[in-house]
Design a protein around this ligand. Sequence first.
Ligand code: F6P
Length: 550
Amino acid sequence: MQPRTSLASWQALIAHAKEMKQQHMSDLFKQNTQRFEQFSIKLAPFLLDYSKNLIGEQTMTKLFDLARECNIEDWREKMFSGERINTTEDRSVLHVALRNRSQSPMILDDKNINTDVQQALDQIKSFSDKIRQGLWKGYSGKRITDVVNIGVGGSNLGPQMVTEALKQYSDQSVNVHYVSNVDGTQIANVLRPLNPEKTLFIVSSKTFTTTETMTNAKTAMNWLVSSSFDESSIAKHFVAVSSNKKNATEFGIKTENIFDMWDWVGGRFSLWSAIGLPIAIDLGFDRFIELLEGAHEIDRHFVESPLEQNAPVILALLSLWNCTFLGAQSQAILPYDQSLHMLSAYLQQAEMESNGKSVNWEGEAINYPTVPSIWGELGINGQHAFYQYLHQSNNIVPADFIGSVESVTPVQGHHETLMANFFAQTQALMQGVDEQQVRTDLKAKGRRPDYIDKVAPHKVHKGNRPTNTILMKRISPRSLGSLIALYEHKIFTQGILLQICSFDQWGVELGKGLANNIQRELTKNTISQNHDSSTKGLMSYYQKSKSTKE
Ligand code: F6P
């Protein structure tokens, strides 16, 4: 297939990148006082300022040329109209249908799937209302006080990230907990303070085959039955969210307690479906709908705005510019809002599982750098940990700074300190400070010349480090929905620009298969001679150490 590198706009960007690498952003700001107005977008849920990137007008023109040569608008249309753009799995990609609040028809295989979506929403409403109002009773007739979501990856990160972000909106009529790790420590810690009579489990697994989730679910069932002494109690304490009804039923969950999922919703894009059940239980159904509405608002923006004003498209183009053309290898997600403390973990799966691949749609090797590794932490915590690296290492790490105009939990004197840091960091990363300035400052402080000579090089900050700033008005169900959808569409666009199949995840299968084989050996206390010497050595050490008493 025609590689992206053969496009005129791609070649123009390679040449342009060479020129731009000679520029410093602080000069670009001095030369053009309108940079902020030129390179920012104000939308209802947030402001996106991308002026602190190593870009000029020409850069953006060339990037938009590339977007057009890559037919981004056609691909967008294909996704929204239900074409099977997940080609390796032969599936449509229609998570946008889950939040289609305008009710415009979403046609899949000649059927309007809005009806299915509405039925699922009705089921979520009815169930979450019952739990929240204490109408759903456990085996001994007591109301449910605690809900434990058992799931991993997309069946965990989305709902957990959202409930953590929207804690202030929860009336705490029910406590929601999460178990994702197969390390028994997690489920043991979660269950320890809970009462089986008042605990309900949601087993969330699209495939209902994920070993970690099944293991945790079995442990939870045993925990329940060891208290109720009655297997029929499972019906009152277990529900499932899955597209594999057969496995869920065989596992022991009643058909009427299974919430449907569809193969046109990818796991990492599924929080808008019944996978979001813990969100509806924690916040109430109306808040869940607000989350969907916020996402829908960005869906409309993504579909209706010209590329030049299209926030997800711009974020995708800038990621491509920074990584593929300027050579950055990772990207930091740095929220300055405590509510978003799980955002980088969530976006790691969303972006890296989607686009962390090295062959194109036809399976041919991609021979240019693609997407960065995503990492991050709350900004303030990061400042006192790894920001040294962001400011002065030889590696340039483009970063998204995300903050809020208003705190959801205002505490006298805190927010201004937080936001002062938020603004200062992107300024420092952009401007840097050169040696001459360092020397002048040290001299002004009365430092001796030999001290200045020794210390000056260590205090130089080269600056010129790209950042995007996303400034939310306030974290709310609606604005959070918009923020998540912004990144989802960025990831989609990035995949198209790079010719990557964004909606499969074959890269996680190899390890799963090997783990299954090794687990069989560990259980039988054997070691296959087919393993490499390192794996054999490690397994042997593990097995011997287990049987040795200290
Ligand atoms: O192993 C990766 C993965 O398949 C993710 O894509 C998915 O979100 C997660 O596992 C959980 O899968 P499931 O919902 O089928 O248990």
